[in-house]
Design a binder for this molecule. Sequence first.
Ligand SMILES: [Ca+2]
Ligand SMILES: [Ca+2]
Ligand SMILES: [Ca+2]
Ligand SMILES: [Ca+2]
Length: 350
Amino acid sequence: MDPVGPWRKNTSLVFYFLLFNLSSCEDVSSGNTGNVSSRRQFADIALGQQTLPSWYYTSIDAVPKHGAVSLQSHNRWRSQMAFSKTVYSFEVQEDTQPGTVVGKVEIAFESLTPITYSVQEDDGENLFLLSPLSGEFLLSRSLDFEAQRFYILTVAVQQGDSQVSSVRVYFNVLDVNDNPPVFSQEAFYAYLSEDAQVGTCFLSVNVSDKDDGDNGDLKLKADGGNEDSVFFVDQAGCLCLNKELDRERQSSYNLTLTANDCVQPASLQLSSTAHVIVVVHDVNDNAPVFVSAKCVSLPEDTALHSVVMTVQAEDDDAGSNGEVLYYLKDTSGGIFRIEETSGEIYLSIN
Ligand SMILES: [Ca+2]
Ligand SMILES: [Ca+2]
Ligand SMILES: [Ca+2]
Ligand SMILES: [Ca+2]
């Protein structure tokens, strides 16, 4: 019985196991590329936000079975791990000009025989053109972060006619502030009673910005037609009343609402405007005021039923709130009568 034998075997198994786990993600030659959730997992992996899932290991053709690998086969396999990284992840701004080099893959070791790179799988439809010799990616068309935020490619390297390795390549598109805020309509209408409480928030407009983060976060302000600061926009983007209204002073407001995104510096901010028409509804808060003469002299031979004077009162309110009806509180024993709508006073002896 060899007392060292079992120890050596156990050590070898542990050694191989560690090697496989360290190296197995080098060769991504198959597995679930058409699955969207898997792609998201891959994107997370590329971003360092997730560890490789167990199915990923089992799907790799190159992963050898435990106990079936010699040190010699391991060395050959290691020499085939040609790429310098287990996975490549490149960040590209969405406003990058077509024709720009946006990434590069390369082998880890010098190769004595000529090598060529090729794209095996490409969800960018030739958006990223790979140079077979240099391993550089050239951007072929414009990107749009708002349309697609990342792309996944599989790149292979060949020595002569035989493929020796492949690797995942991720292109993560970075947002640029290239969208202005958009109001859902050019003009909004709101109606307020003139006795509305100060602080009342009465209008929430629909405005959006397709960009991400500060590029898409919006601030609103009422900066046109609001010289007396009668209105303000609260933190939630609602238009609110800042001062008391008086329909008799101003019965409507034509405000210009400006939305701008929050990117810094402010010179990079984009903005849009919309109009808000605020109509003030009347409240009966004014009494009639007489504007006509308060006395009249009559000759003693004034004819019966003739008009001796016409009184007039004005009311600043609107509609029926401003209509005036006249009546006599004291008819002097029935000598006079008044026509309720015209204010004409007649001599009318009973
Ligand atoms: Ca954008
Ligand atoms: Ca924006
Ligand atoms: Ca009135
Ligand atoms: Ca009024």
